[in-house]
Design a binder for this molecule. Structure first.
Ligand code: ASP
Length: 348
């Protein structure tokens, strides 16, 4: 695809606090968001306003509080970006912060090899509120979405630009609400200077050749479970999750560097689920660092049960990758191999 630097950026409004207004039942997405955004941007000082790219606007049918987002919403957003990308130099997605990292990760898998920026942002306070972070975040996202050197799905929040498949919501209230614990920033805003750290951008094999994979995400939210281990977990409890016929994949969050309780019955539950063709993957409960399955005897049962290591992936990224792989017509072995392979810089 070719694109001209004169093409506008596309802004997709999906919902979230950024566009919310007070209602009798609390904050909820409000109307006329495009006009409110354009009015707010018009208040920026001249030098910052004139540095913004022109943009066109699309709203999803029903902007939502992202706490209600589902895999089907991720698929609809990806399809919209895929359909619109070649008419725009970049895309900004305005999204609620609660599940923003999940959506950003999912978009990264579905839009593999995108050759222009897709920048997901939101805000901790509504645009209409005094001292809100919304205008600042909007400005940054628009500036990054106009940079042809950025060729991936990213999250812009506060002063940070983070890889979409590495980002996590890290704070419930602070405007600096996102981190990517296992990867350096892709860029950083210093005042009116929007820097890209190109040394951290995707490898050539992972960008630059759009090969969108828009799978069938219908119903996948109930087919993939996330089990965070706790001391004292019983085999019947794990079996209640993994043994259900509706479950096709599971993210297991284990101890430290890749350990699980030394309980052969737990191992048997895992092995049985794997034997039924379910895709099981593991990451650590520690936000920083990788896991090495089988390094300790206490982790060997994961290897024996063919649980695939998620290395240093975030829960959001591992879960959305599971959903993505399960949406594709692939064999269990192909899915395991692709899970181990970095597709969009999400691991390793
Ligand atoms: N509940 C909101 C949402 O995720 C929170 C926010 O946007 O900050 O849509």
């Amino acid at each position: 695809m070719t694109h001209s630097p004169l093409d506008p950026v596309l802004v997709i409004y999906a919902g979230g606090t950024i566009g919310m207004i007070d209602t009798p039942s609390g904050l909820a997405p409000g109307p006329d968001m495009e006009a409110r955004v354009r009015d707010a941007l018009a208040t920026l000082p001249d030098d910052r306003r004139t540095a913004l790219p022109p943009f066109t606007w699309i709203e999803v049918e029903q902007p939502i509080d992202s706490s209600g987002a589902r895999p089907e919403d991720w698929a609809r957003l990806a399809a919209l970006v895929a359909e619109q990308a070649n008419r725009h130099r970049g895309v900004v997605v305005l999204h609620g912060t609660d599940t923003l990292a999940w959506t950003a990760s999912s978009l990264a898998y579905q839009l593999q090899g995108i050759d222009r920026p897709v920048v997901v942002t939101g805000s901790m306070a509504p645009l209409a509120q005094q001292h809100s972070d919304a205008l600042y975040n909007l400005e940054s996202a628009l500036r990054y979405a106009a940079m042809p050197e950025l060729q991936e799905v990213a999250v812009s929040f506060g002063d940070k630009l983070l890889r979409g498949s590495r980002a996590r919501k890290w704070h419930t209230r602070e405007p600096d609400a996102f981190e990517s614990p296992n990867l350096d920033l892709l860029g950083k805003r210093h005042g009116n200077d929007f820097r890209l750290h190109r040394e951290h951008s995707l490898e050539a094999t992972q960008r630059g050749a759009p090969r969108y994979e828009l799978g069938d995400y219908h119903g996948l939210g109930e087919q993939v479970v996330r089990v965070v281990l706790w001391p004292g977990i019983q085999p019947w409890q794990l079996a209640a999750w993994l043994g259900d016929d509706r479950v096709k994949g599971a993210l297991i969050e284990v101890w430290g560097g890749g350990n699980v309780p030394d309980d052969t019955e737990l191992g048997a539950v895992l092995a049985e689920a794997s034997g039924q063709g379910k895709l099981l993957v593991a990451i650590s409960q520690c936000p920083h660092g990788t896991i090495d399955i089988g390094h300790y005897a206490a982790g060997k049962m994961l290897a024996d049960a063919e649980v695939v290591s998620g290395d240093d992936m975030t829960p959001e990224s591992a879960y959305t990758k599971l959903v993505h792989l399960l949406s594709l017509p692939l064999s269990l072995e192909q899915k395991r191999r692709l899970f181990r392979t970095p597709l969009v810089g999400e691991r390793g």
